[in-house]
Design a protein around this ligand. Structure first.
Ligand SMILES: Cc1cc2nc3c(=O)[nH]c(=O)nc-3n(C[C@H](O)[C@H](O)[C@H](O)COP(=O)(O)OP(=O)(O)OC[C@H]3O[C@@H](n4cnc5c(N)ncnc54)[C@H](O)[C@@H]3O)c2cc1C
Length: 399
């Protein structure tokens, strides 16, 4: 076993406890007030994107939290972005329509050229350009990302893309897509992780020129799609970093992604716990509040304990990340624990509300459906456990 207890501690000294970034939290709560449960229900009924909510978050600058000030963003640490997403979810809203911009920004920030950053970041920060789509998953390879088949072949000053992606969320609501494609055949690379490259694809110019996007019908309103590439030409200038090294650039952004996903889960857990404990105190059956029964009270209390533990792990991961220290184990554990905590809290809320949990106006069933995704996407629980088993505990690779 590797020394799993050797968590670096220097970065943890700055780990905040309690309600940090209280000004940002208050501002997000104020924005979310204007988007109550009915707004989200109506969007779902119409299968529509929450444009007004996204526009307001963009205008207020919160979506540009991670973009450096030199490019027109707020230049805030990851912890601030985590707080923004957590508060959106705790208010009963859903950041799924916008979060990709924060999740995937790091790849462009860390590995994009100066020219690319100058070209795109100020426009994204100003809300004139949307970077909301992330094309990684493919139908035939799934979690086995290094084996993906969508090809990009160099042709003069362009690459020509052929293949298919699936679950590419918000592709119809984004101007740009961060695309991972194969530039060297899998049987010609020394390492499994070589041979893939990242491109910044301009969806607006590619649509109708070989790019086809079809919406998928899913159990939550996530505006997710399947994407087909038929000789789509992408300028070579839109290659991010070096050819064939793209998988590493994507991996590089994964700790931030795990932390931000965990933050959304924590927000969901807070929503469920608040709603369930309030309802348990108000709903009277057999002449007393249902929350007086331990069978109702304890699952909510346990969900709270799980949420708090996951929150501490996520704060630790974030503190390490913001201090520039390795945080892979903490980020992965935070995502694992937070996704399970939000699910348990959702389950406790469903049971507490009884039959009324099925009434859409109570908003419990929507959030319950929405929070389930976090155990599957953007990475499933088993893959996190495999990472911990292999990279932290030194056991044989299981996949
Ligand atoms: C609503 C939604 C939105 C999404 N948005 C995006 C997006 O914007 N961009 C994008 O690129 N992708 C997106 N995804 C895809 C998501 O990241 C994948 O669904 C996820 O990574 C799992 O891959 P898969 O569905 O192919 O499952 P598979 O890889 O087929 O796995 C199925 C199950 O088997 C398990 N499994 C597989 N192999 C092993 C193993 N060796 N050991 C143990 N267990 C194993 C997995 O853990 C999983 O539980 C989205 C998915 C959904 C549902």
């Amino acid at each position: 076993m590797n020394d799993a207890s050797a968590t670096p501690t220097a970065g943890l000294a700055a780990m905040p406890l309690g309600e940090d970034y209280s000004d940002i939290r208050a501002a997000i709560r104020a924005i979310c007030k204007a988007y109550p449960a009915k707004y989200w229900r109506d969007c779902e009924d119409a299968d529509s994107y929450p444009d007004a909510f996204v526009d307001e978050l963009t205008r207020s600058g919160y979506l540009a939290a991670l973009i450096p000030e030199t490019y027109g963003g707020a230049g805030l640490p990851l912890r601030a972005a985590a707080v923004i997403l957590e508060e959106i979810h705790a208010a009963g809203c859903n950041a799924g329509a916008v979060h990709a911009q924060m999740y995937i920004m790091g790849t462009l920030l860390r590995h994009g050229s100066d020219v690319q950053k100058q070209q795109y970041l100020p426009e994204i920060a100003a809300g004139r350009l949307r970077l909301q789509a992330f094309g990684v998953t493919e139908p035939t390879t799934g979690s086995d990302t290094t084996q993906l088949k969508t090809k990009a072949v160099r042709d003069g000053d362009h690459y020509v893309i052929n293949g298919q992606k699936v679950w590419t969320s918000r592709a119809l609501k984004s101007d740009l897509m961060l695309l991972l494609a194969r530039t060297t055949p899998a049987d010609q690379v020394k390492k499994r992780s070589d041979g893939l490259s990242v491109f910044l694809l301009d969806i607006r110019t590619a649509l109708g020129h070989g790019l086809t996007i079809r919406k998928l019908d899913t159990m939550i309103n996530h505006q997710t799609t399947e994407v087909f590439f038929d000789n789509v030409r992408v300028p070579a200038a839109n290659l991010i970093g070096q050819q064939d090294k793209g998988f590493r650039y994507i991996l590089d952004g994964m700790n931030a992604e795990r932390i931000l996903v965990a933050s959304e889960c924590l927000g969901d857990a807070r929503f469920f716990i608040r709603r369930a404990s309030n309802y348990a105190g108000e709903r009277v059956v057999f002449g007393r509040p249902i929350g007086q029964n331990q069978g109702v009270q304890f699952p909510i209390a346990r969900a709270y304990a799980d949420y708090r533990a996951a929150d501490l792990m996520n704060r630790a991961a974030c503190a390490l990340f913001d201090a520039g220290q390795p945080c892979g184990p903490e980020a992965n554990m935070a995502k694992l624990q937070a996704s399970e905590a939000s699910w348990k809290a959702g389950e406790a809320a469903m049971q507490t509300f009884g039959g009324f949990s099925y009434a859409r106006e109570f908003d419990i069933e929507r959030k319950w459906r929405e929070t389930r995704i976090f155990q599957i996407a953007p990475i499933s629980t088993n893959l996190i456990l495999s990472y911990l088993g292999e990279h932290v505990l030194g056991m044989p690779r299981s996949y």
